[in-house]
Design a protein. Structure first.
Length: 256
């Protein structure tokens, strides 16, 4: 089951140490248009990140042997036919579009923004065979958030937009982290790495009464909160969770 790759990648990053965006990271920018794409890279990963990349890559090759043949780059760096797993890959465009995305060897999330005019905005994923994977965004509000690809099989994004948008593929190592005794405050959709935790979490949010959901990923996937009412409560953590996925409009807090 390919979603296990996401969990394994997260655990590997935890063992290597959570960078939460520290250090120098590379980036590739891809302009979504009929004109020639341009890309640029800079920076280099730290030793801890390099070790984690090598171990995670070996695991992916063993568990998902097809992944090494699924790379499709619009304009890859000249020195490599693959996307280094510690790069942020950015796609930008305006209006409706279909984008073929590059694959990342380790776990990743989508950081998406758009719909400043408050029209309909949707981002839907498809795998190599054209099967739907996930409806990542579907809103009439201006949007900026982080969403997860549970299966790690998305290769095409179908974007419905009335204006400019941006989609970034962000490695798990760059996510924010939370551990026992800490409170994390955020707003909108997000994904957090859990460094360590006890058996429960205190969660508040959804003051506006929209849809509010919190999932945990670990040995099992658990829906901790799912409501359209303002929420404040304490939930049990099961299955040795390593990631939180938050779906929200407005502010929220999680305390471990």
């Amino acid at each position: 089951m390919k979603r296990i790759l996401l969990i394994l990648s997260a655990i590997l990053f935890l063992l290597a140490g959570c960078s939460a965006g520290d250090g120098s990271m590379s980036s590739i920018n891809v302009q979504s248009s009929e004109s020639e794409d341009t890309s640029s890279t800079s920076g280099s990963p730290s030793k801890g990140q390099s070790d984690s990349e090598a171990t995670s890559s070996a695991l992916e090759s063993e568990l998902n042997p097809e992944s090494s043949n699924s790379m499709e780059a619009s304009e890859p760096p000249a020195s490599s036919s693959e996307s280094p797993s510690l790069e942020v890959i950015t796609y930008t465009g305006s209006g409706d579009d279909v984008v073929e995305i590059q694959s990342i060897k380790d776990g990743y999330v989508f950081r998406i923004s758009g719909n400043q005019a408050g029209r309909h905005f949707a981002v839907k994923g498809y795998d190599e065979a054209g099967n739907p994977t996930e409806l990542f965004v579907n809103t009439t509000d201006p949007y900026s958030g982080i969403t997860i690809d549970e299966t790690l099989t998305t290769r095409t994004l179908e974007i419905s937009s009335a204006g400019e948008w941006a989609v970034e593929l962000v490695p798990l190592s760059m996510l924010d982290c939370i551990s026992t005794g800490q409170t994390f405050s955020g707003s909108g959709d997000n994904v957090l790495i859990i460094l360590d935790c006890g058996t429960k979490a205190e969660i508040t949010g959804n003051d506006e009464g929209r849809h509010f959901a919190v999932k945990s990923y670990g040995n099992s996937i658990n829906l901790l909160v799912n409501t359209t009412d303002p929420y404040s409560g304490t939930v049990m953590l099961k299955g040795s969770p390593v990631l939180f996925e938050i779906t929200a409009v407005g502010s929220w807090t999680i305390t471990l």
